[in-house]
Design a binder for this molecule. Structure first.
Ligand code: DAH
Length: 342
């Protein structure tokens, strides 16, 4: 007598359910292989049902064959899927190759200007200087007038200075910190002032409307130009090495008398002459001089008793020399490829 195809179909439904719940529980490759043998092995459940092909009616034979083939494919696909997921899990969690390099977390980098400013601070601190700061938004009094810069001086021009409302401006140098320090402190004074300054410059390889300066100021009894020379030489040698020379050339600044510009011997060719120093052997740094007695007048220091020296310095210029950077705009572009080199 032919077996009922309907009964076989419902048995196959139960078999499918059993396979699903067992395969869902599989924890490892061993258990998965056991399931494969149980359902798809030579003597497994599906094979047993194929044997029943002989006992169903001729009309049901192709239907049973079809159903069993589909079921076999379905079981096989599921077993393959589980096998892949077990493998991935074991790679993730099971085996850790400690010899492989790790993935370092992405960290930020300090702008080389900050590194140079830290170094400058440290050098001057070791020479007994403290670091003062001042506001970026200044008054005309601190930025120009108290520094003895006359009203018709070109640096006061609209072309050069960013003026704001109410007689305020963006400071064009760190020199106003001299005045602020002397107003609140009696001599002796030994300070540097580091920070941002602004001028209406069109950006190119050596100009930026935003830049940084280091201002220095020493005031005491008996301070002479030789102290200025000694201070800058000691600084230059700590920063660039023991063979650096410093030279002074006569110049003019409203806040110093006498005034000078100072150069460091070229750090690339040690003064022999190369492309960087345009064959002169010297690199221009900035200005310096003895504090003009007129400046002391603005802060109530007695110029008969005290003398002092001051100097300026461009941080970008120092950083460019130190790291061999050829374009000032790199400092302000925040390009990760540039920053990560320092
Ligand atoms: N303030 C000047 C500038 O921005 C630099 C400078 C020159 C500062 C001479 C000084 C100095 O203290 O004595 O160009």
């Amino acid at each position: 007598m032919a077996e009922s195809f309907e009964i076989i179909l419902s048995e196959l439904g139960a078999l499918e359910g059993a396979f699903k719940s067992e395969s869902d529980e599989v924890k490892g490759p061993q258990a998965l292989e056991e399931i494969r043998i149980k359902y798809l092995g030579r003597k497994g459940s599906v094979a047993q049902y194929f044997k029943k092909m002989g006992s169903v009616s001729t009309a049901d034979k192709p239907k049973l064959g079809n159903t069993l083939n589909k079921l076999k494919d379905e079981f096989q696909t599921e077993i393959d899927r589980i096998q892949v997921s077990l493998q991935t899990k074991s790679e993730d969690n099971g085996f850790i190759d400690l010899t492989l390099p790790g993935t370092p977390p992405q960290v930020g980098y300090r702008n080389p200007l900050m590194l140079v400013m830290d170094e400058i601070k440290e050098i001057f601190s070791s020479m007994g200087f403290s670091t003062e700061t001042g506001p970026l938004v200044e008054t005309e009094f601190y930025n120009f007038e108290a520094l003895n810069v006359p009203a018709d001086h070109p640096s006061r021009d609209l072309q050069d200075t960013f003026y704001l409302e109410n007689d305020l401006l963006l400071r064009t140098h760190t020199s106003p910190v001299q005045i602020r320090t002397m107003q609140k402190q009696k001599p002796p004074v030994r300070i540097i002032a580091l920070g941002r300054c602004f001028r209406k410059d069109t950006p190119d390889a050596s100009h930026s409307p935003e830049f940084h300066q280091c201002e220095g100021l020493v005031v005491d009894k008996g301070i002479a130009f030789s102290h200025l020379k000694g201070t800058l030489l000691a600084f230059a040698r700590k920063l660039f090495g023991p063979n650096i020379q410093v030279r002074f050339r006569p110049s003019f600044f409203p806040f110093t008398e006498p005034s000078a510009e100072y150069d460091f011997s070229c750090i690339i060719c040690s003064g022999k002459g190369c492309r960087t120093c345009k064959k002169t052997g010297w690199l221009e740094i900035s200005g310096a001089g003895m504090v003009d007695p007129a400046v002391f007048g603005y802060v109530d220091y007695d110029a008969e008793i005290y003398t002092g020296f001051a100097w300026g310095m461009g941080i970008e210029r120092i950083a460019m020399m130190k790291y061999g950077i050829d374009d000032i705009r790199h400092f302000y572009e925040n390009d990760f490829r540039f920053l990560k080199q320092f």
